[in-house]
Every structure is written in structure tokens, then in C-alpha cells.
Design a protein around this ligand. Structure first.
Ligand SMILES: N[C@@H](CCC(=O)N[C@@H](CS)C(=O)NCC(=O)O)C(=O)O
Length: 340
């Protein structure tokens, strides 16, 4: 095989993220909407999530972040999405991780909180994977899927109690993007995209489809909506990474401040709960108490971020430390590990 095969779905933020990356990197690939007929292929690899990508050598892979780094190793120098500067590479990784692990709550909340969105999206996602059987089959699967997803909401913090916090966060983040995308370049680390923008694109790609999120975003951040559409196919972009003395756009410190205020405290509260053997944890987010279930996977996120920071060459660290300091990120990135 001379191409990658993406087994994904239009309703999957991580699938859209990976497709946009393969497009930008000009790596030959085909897009396959996953359905029942791919169960055997998908079973080749764990965890059971999408996208699953079959590489040209025939092997199956999952999990977007490791796949991003594998693709970097397999195609060095070909339209890389990891900034060559180690400091910027770390910032890109942190912002990528925050979109994957925290901004996904915004996606999940808007999709499954209100009956209007539950209905539309469960039916569309059922339609996407349908292999026949007519409307009855679509409706039957939609009902099953809707119940399953709505049943998972509390686990990931998308509860009615947290809803106002998540919607406030969405508005705050949308405001940052709206001020940013009207400038050129509208990327983070120069005139070419990094892994961070693709991760935000993945989550946002859903917010411009799901009815309530779409209405809201068009109202409060119309150019962000359009930027999301641009991000989908950047195969024609020929850009440069920023020069060392070139300032970062304001959105980078703003997103870092959000990480310092919300994401890292969230990760630390999660690890503390796991260490104490507690099933749920509560912390203050944007001035209100936020409660959710503790997650092992996200304890690994905190460890990886701390390791990434610890392994930075001294010069890179010196360059980005003032930014991290202002964002309140040095302490959470350097606190000694808690056992989980
Ligand atoms: N960390 C994974 C997450 C992938 C993921 O969570 N995919 C979702 C759909 S977007 C999924 O397949 N969930 C399993 C399910 O719904 O059964 C990645 O970055 O690729």
C-alpha cells in the first residue's frame, strides 16, 4: 500500500484532526467512514476508539497524539507540524494536549446536553455509520447511541451543574480565537500550522456542525467559524516558523493563561483524587465549583507535560519560562510527582 487509510467519522473530533494533518502534510491517504464492516480491522488495535489509521506498511494505529509524533518520525522534514524550536515545540504540545483533553468537554457538552442537539447529532452519527436498513435502522442506532453518550456525561464532567462553567469557558476561548483569526498569519508559531492548531480544529470542527454550538459560535465568533473551515484543508499553505526574535501572537499567552487557570489545576486535582483513592474531585473553575470523575489517563497527561518540561534544553526553557511564569504554569509543571 502506498497510502494511509483513515477509518474515522465526520462526528469525531480526533478523526477530523488527523485528516486535516494528513492533508496539510501532503501524506497520501484515503478517508473511510467507519461502520460495522470495519469491526475486525478496528479490533486489531486498542483502545477501541477512532480514528484508527492503517499505515502504508499495513499496521493499524490509534491515539492521535502518538500518531502525530510517529508521522513526524516517518516523514521527517516534510511539512512538519512540530516547531523546530524546542521551547515552541513544548508550547505546541501543551496547547494541543489542552484541546484534546479539556476542550473536548465543550464538544461533548454541546452535543449531548440539550434534546435538540442530542436528537440531531445521534441521528446524523447513526446515518454516517449506517449500512442499510432504512430510517428504522438509523433511528434504532441513534437511540442506542444517544442513551450511551448521555449516560457518559457525568463521567467526563459534562453535568447540568457544570454546564454554565463549560459554556463560559467556550465563550472565553471563542473570544481569544475571534480576535486572533482576523490577523495574518492566523497560526500560533509563524505562518504555518503546528499540532496545536490541528487539535483545536478537531474539537471546533464539531462545534460548527452541532446545532446549538453552531448557532452560538456564529453569533459570538463568526470569523472563528470560518477559520475552522479553512483549517480543514491547508494542503496549499506554504509557511515559515517564526524567527526566534519574532513575537508570539496574543492568543498563545492567552491560551497559556487558560491552561494555568483551568487545565493544569484540573489535572492536578485529578491526580490528587486518584492518589487519595477518591472517585470524584471538585475544584474551582472560572469562579465556580466544578466536579467530575477521576481519570487515570489524564494522570498520564500531567506526567507527560512535566516530563516534557523537565527535558527541555536549558536555553529553550530560559526562553519560554517568562511566558509560563506569567501564565502560572511553572509551579504545576515542576511540582514533584504524586503517586497514583
Ligand atoms: N486519545 C484519542 C481519543 C480518540 C477518541 O476518543 N475517539 C472517540 C470518538 S472522537 C471514540 O472513538 N470513542 C469511543 C466510543 O465512542 O466508543 C485520540 O486522540 O485519538
Amino acid at each position: 500500500m502506498d497510502h494511509y487509510r483513515i477509518l474515522g467519522a465526520l462526528g469525531s473530533p480526533y478523526s477530523m484532526k488527523m485528516r486535516a494533518i494528513l492533508r496539510y502534510r501532503r501524506l497520501p491517504h484515503i478517508w473511510i467512514q467507519a461502520n460495522e464492516s470495519h469491526s475486525a480491522e478496528r479490533a486489531q488495535v486498542r483502545p477501541a476508539v477512532i480514528p484508527v489509521i492503517q499505515y502504508p506498511d499495513g499496521a493499524y494505529h490509534v491515539d492521535s497524539t502518538p500518531m502525530i509524533y510517529e508521522l513526524e518520525a516517518r516523514h521527517p522534514g516534510q511539512r512538519s507540524i512540530v516547531p523546530p524550536d524546542a521551547g515552541d515545540a513544548f508550547l505546541a504540545y501543551l496547547l494541543e494536549d489542552m484541546a484534546d483533553e479539556w476542550a473536548t468537554k465543550i464538544m461533548f457538552h454541546y452535543r449531548w446536553h440539550r434534546p435538540r442537539d442530542q436528537k440531531q447529532m445521534s441521528e446524523w452519527l447513526a446515518f454516517d455509520r449506517s449500512t442499510g436498513g432504512g430510517l428504522a435502522d438509523v433511528t434504532r442506532y441513534a437511540g442506542f447511541f444517544r442513551d450511551r453518550q448521555v449516560g457518559r456525561m457525568a463521567l467526563v464532567g459534562c453535568t447540568p451543574e457544570n454546564a454554565p462553567i463549560i459554556e463560559d469557558a467556550a465563550a472565553q476561548l471563542a473570544g481569544m480565537f475571534e480576535a486572533h483569526v482576523v490577523n495574518r498569519p492566523y497560526f500560533f508559531f509563524g505562518s504555518r500550522p503546528s499540532m496545536a492548531e490541528f487539535s483545536w480544529y478537531g474539537q471546533f470542527s464539531q462545534l460548527i456542525v452541532d446545532p446549538t454550538a453552531n448557532d452560538t459560535l456564529r453569533e459570538i465568533a463568526p470569523f472563528t467559524v470560518r477559520w475552522i473551515m479553512h483549517m480543514d484543508d491547508l494542503s496549499g499553505v506554504e509557511g515559515e516558523w517564526r524567527a526566534p526574535d519574532e513575537a508570539l501572537p496574543a492568543i498563545v499567552p492567552q491560551l497559556l493563561a487558560f491552561a494555568g487557570e483551568v487545565y493544569l489545576p484540573f489535572l492536578e486535582a485529578n491526580v490528587a483524587a486518584l492518589a487519595a483513592g477518591e472517585e470524584t474531585f471538585t475544584l474551582d473553575i472560572l469562579g465556580r465549583p466544578y466536579t467530575q470523575g477521576a481519570f487515570k489517563y489524564q494522570a498520564r497527561c500531567l506526567e507527560s507535560l512535566r516530563r516534557g518540561y523537565a527535558e527541555l534544553p536549558a536555553a529553550a526553557r530560559t526562553r519560554i519560562d517568562p511566558l509560563l511564569q506569567t501564565a502560572g504554569l511553572i509551579a504545576p509543571l515542576t511540582r514533584s510527582r504524586q503517586r497514583v
